[in-house]
Design a protein around this ligand. Structure first.
Ligand code: PTJ
Length: 243
């Protein structure tokens, strides 16, 4: 397998990269369809980071830095698209990184953990338990990881798990280009931006912001505003699509 840091990967387009990762089981076929949905919404938002998304990214940095026990939950798509960015964010935020999958198999978990470790991520290991109030495989996580976290970053998450984490009293940050998804609407903080644009901005915020700036961002967090601004941006672009 060619690691994502290999120069050859740089010349491959994202779709080729993801389809390559399906061959190793890191990305599932469902992951490819999720990526397609993301591409459609990215087109609607103009394939750029909006002002409100940047505000969300800075607030995410603040939440992670001021957390007691921050955890970044990584799935197949996130590892395939942004393993190196996760490594940089881990260094800047001091968050734990735990692999947690929707379509969970031991082989996939091992392959994703391996990929992350290859680019320098310190991946949480140890026994897993059924600790989340969910009826399926997504209930599995680590006691000293996601279960004990006060702030969890869950990029490209499914609605059930996001709601369960919020229900457990955690502050949940998600990255989701679809502002209408159940995840986007139930998270504490939703970043409506493409994963590989969002992660470097969160890392930058973790490094640059003063403690006072972080507290101010957290106090003024308004997820309803962030979602409606993203929808407004998409509506505006659609209404001028044929100009
Ligand atoms: O690796 P696994 O087994 O944990 O599975 C991961 C997927 C992504 C398949 C799983 O979590 C899933 O099915 O997620 P959903 O419910 O399809 O939600 C993914 C959301 O992420 C959708 O709303 C997409 O629009 C959005 N999305 C997809 N690609 C990107 C994205 N948002 C930001 N950046 C992207 N690159």
């Amino acid at each position: 397998m060619i690691p994502p840091t290999h120069p050859r990967y740089k010349s491959l387009k994202t779709r080729d990269l993801l389809s390559n990762f399906t061959k190793t089981g890191i990305v599932t076929l469902e992951g490819l369809t999720a990526h397609g949905r993301g591409e459609a919404f990215d087109y609607l938002i103009g394939e750029r980071t909006t002002d409100s998304a940047l505000l969300a990214e800075r607030t995410a940095g603040a939440l992670l830095r001021l957390a007691r026990h921050p955890v970044i939950s990584v799935n197949g798509n996130t590892a395939a698209l942004a393993a190196t960015e996760i490594s940089k964010l881990q260094r800047a935020s001091k968050a734990l990184v735990e692999v947690n999958l929707f379509h969970r198999t031991e082989d996939r978990v091992n392959a994703i953990e391996h990929l992350l470790r290859d680019v320098g991520v310190n991946v949480l290991s140890g026994p897993i338990e059924r600790l989340l109030p969910l009826p399926h495989n997504r209930a599995w996580c680590r006691h000293d990881g996601i279960y004990s976290a006060d702030v969890v970053l869950v990029p490209l998450e499914d609605g059930d798990r996001c709601e369960a984490l919020v229900g457990m009293g955690k502050k949940v940050i998600t990255i989701d280009l679809n502002p209408l998804s159940r995840t986007a609407r139930s998270a504490t903080l939703t970043i409506v931006d493409e994963l590989t644009r969002a992660l470097p901005q969160i890392t930058k915020a973790c490094i640059e912001l003063s403690e006072n700036e972080m507290k101010e961002l957290i106090t003024s967090l308004d997820n309803h505003y962030l979602l409606s601004d993203a929808i407004g941006e998409m509506t505006l672009r659609l209404s001028h699509a044929l100009d």
